[in-house]
Write a protein that binds this ligand. Structure first.
Ligand code: ADP
Ligand code: MG
Length: 545
């Protein structure tokens, strides 16, 4: 029985057109999505030379018979929708019938498949032309892609190094593995297994992508909200705020099973952690939203990298609430709110910190100080970061001293981080880390930077890697890294600071070249003048010039 059919012109015209395959990771994503649509429980991805030499995706899904396999590689052929009216209600990851032909157009593609109940399988090869022949295969499908962009030298030249391309692939696979925790994923690069999930739930998937300690500090959650169109479900895993990262890329998002980097969900997740995070830190979390297909348009990007919600605010609110309720349990966060009119808060004062006297500490986060008629609120962590950063920068020409770590710290990296370590090994050493391979994606840190005699936290390696991954390559690559580094030996939110220490901090901040912002650009100090307080308290009895 043939289920793959050719779409009619009307439907084809409704489909967001554009480039599907611009880099190896797109091939991997499309093939993984096909495997998931085929109800695979095991997906194995094998990649050589960052995908430039070979990509193979093998699944144990429902497979195809000969007629379907032969048709599937043609343009606009799909089993997932029938006509234009289905575009708005697709529940599968694919629907355009474009992936296989798009891949075949820029590479050599070989698809071997067998459906259940069939004795033999089929191999379809698309190179210069198409051949269809019988072939042995278990139930499921294997697609092998070689000679990617071989006929398109300009496209090939535009790609990054093998490690860069592989980091896109591993990010995509990690994202899918975390969002489909019941499927067993395996990713092999140049003969090394860099990721393997057991298909036994989200905590185990987090353990595979991160490590035992991260997984051990996470909690799974699920919540449902009724809407007029149907149920909106938010589920996933949240890593407790004791473990954080310097970039928001460790928040994994999915919409109706499609793992993609979705900013509404990501921002709402971060907002849900709220004040549990220091202002410049981000959580590790996996958050999937499932909602009726009518409430989300997946047909907005040719490579399906973004979606549009009909009611974005509703999604944001549901996610934020689910996250904050999961994390708080108790209702701490909803204490009385007191808000100032932002315009009356000045971040560019005082001119000097000479006459500032310390009143005390608030919530182990902020230092309250008096400066003439003004109340100053210092973010103790941001202020300390600025001080450390400027001191580090003064010594920028020097190599940062290292201290040996005994015993060495074992570092379990995500596949993406591991490729970054390899690529930026020299720069990482120059920063005072000594990191050596310890099998697969495990590394050993044997030396840590000790700027100004304060030993950095071993976890700073993650932040440095994130900075590289974010493509931060300023003129002096040390600059961005120094900012990350400055963050680590700095005072954390939650550190008690004595009045004396606070006074020293303020004095040191005053000596900084740019005391009003931390190295990441956030303010270190807010100043509220007494008139603002009087106005807010509606005190007409006090007059100000
Ligand atoms: P789409 O996924 O948008 O339908 P594709 O070009 O990716 O388009 O695939 C075309 C068709 O080939 C799919 O609709 C599906 O029927 C079939 N197919 C592709 N990959 C697989 C697979 N791994 N297992 C089973 N069927 C597959
Ligand atoms: Mg597809």
């Amino acid at each position: 029985m043939t289920v793959v059919r050719t779409l009619d012109t009307d439907t084809i015209e409704r489909i967001a057109a554009g480039e599907v395959v611009t880099r190896p990771a797109n091939v991997v994503t499309e093939l993984v999505e096909n495997a998931l649509d085929a109800a695979a429980t095991r997906i194995s991805i094998t990649v050589e030379n960052g995908g430039l030499d070979r990509i193979q995706v093998s699944d144990d899904g429902h497979g195809m018979d000969e007629a379907d396999a032969a048709l599937a590689v043609e343009r606009h052929t799909t089993s997932k929708i029938e006509d234009a009216s289905d575009v708005d209600s697709v529940e599968t990851l694919g629907f355009r019938g474009e992936a296989l032909p798009s891949i075949a157009a820029v590479a050599r593609l070989e698809l071997t498949t067998k459906p259940s109940g069939s004795v033999g399988g089929t191999r379809v090869t698309v190179d210069e032309d198409k051949t269809v022949e019988p072939a042995g295969h278990g139930v499921g499908t294997t697609v092998e892609v070689t000679e990617l962009f071989a006929r398109l030298p300009a496209r090939r030249a535009a790609l990054g190094s093998s490690t860069q391309e592989f980091s896109h692939i591993s990010r995509a696979v990690s994202r899918y593995a975390l969002c489909h925790p019941d499927v067993r994923f395996r990713l092999v690069h140049d003969g090394n297994t860099v990721l393997s999930t057991p298909g036994t739930g989200r905590t185990d998937a987090i353990l595979s992508v991160y490590d035992r300690s991260v997984a051990g500090q996470s909690t799974e959650f699920a919540s449902e909200h009724e809407t007029n169109e149907g149920v909106l479900r938010v589920e996933g895993s949240l890593v407790y705020p004791a473990v954080t990262r310097s970039k928001p890329t460790h928040v994994y998002t999915a919409v109706n099973g499609r793992a993609l980097s979705e900013t509404t969900i990501r921002n709402a997740t971060i907002a849900g952690y709220g004040s549990l995070l220091a202002s410049d830190r981000y959580p590790i979390a996996v958050v999937g939203v499932t909602l009726p297909p009518e409430c989300v348009d997946v047909n907005v990007h040719p490579a399906k990298e973004s979606v549009r919600f009909t009611d974005e605010q509703r999604v944001a609110t549901a996610v934020e609430r689910a996250v904050s309720e999961t994390l708080s349990g108790t209702d701490l966060s909803r204490s009385a709110e007191f808000s100032f009119d932002d315009s009356s808060i000045d971040t560019e004062r005082p001119a000097t910190f000479e006459d500032v006297s310390v009143i005390g500490q608030f919530r182990e986060l902020y230092l309250l100080c008096e400066d003439g008629d003004d109340l100053l609120v210092l973010d103790q962590h941001a202020a300390h970061e600025r001080i450390t950063y400027e001191r580090l920068r003064e010594r920028a020409g020097e190599t940062i001293e290292s201290v040996a770590l005994d015993p060495p710290q074992t570092l379990s990296l995500t596949p993406t981080e591991a490729t970054t370590v390899e690529e930026h090994h020299d720069a990482i050493e120059a920063l005072g880390f000594h990191v050596e391979p310890f099998g697969n994606t495990t590394y050993r840190v044997t030396e840590l930077p000790a700027p100004l005699g304060r030993v950095t936290d071993g976890d700073a390696v993650h932040d440095v890697l994130d900075a590289f991954l974010a493509g931060e390559e300023p003129e002096d690559p040390r600059d961005a890294l120094l900012a990350e580094l400055a963050c680590h030996p700095s005072l954390r939110a939650g550190d008690t600071v004595s009045t004396e220490e606070a006074a020293t901090l303020i004095e040191q901040l005053g000596a900084c070249e740019q005391p009003y912002a931390c190295p990441h650009g956030r303010p270190t100090v807010l100043s509220i003048d007494e008139a603002t307080l009087a106005r807010s308290f509606e005190r007409s009895d006090i007059r100000f010039e």
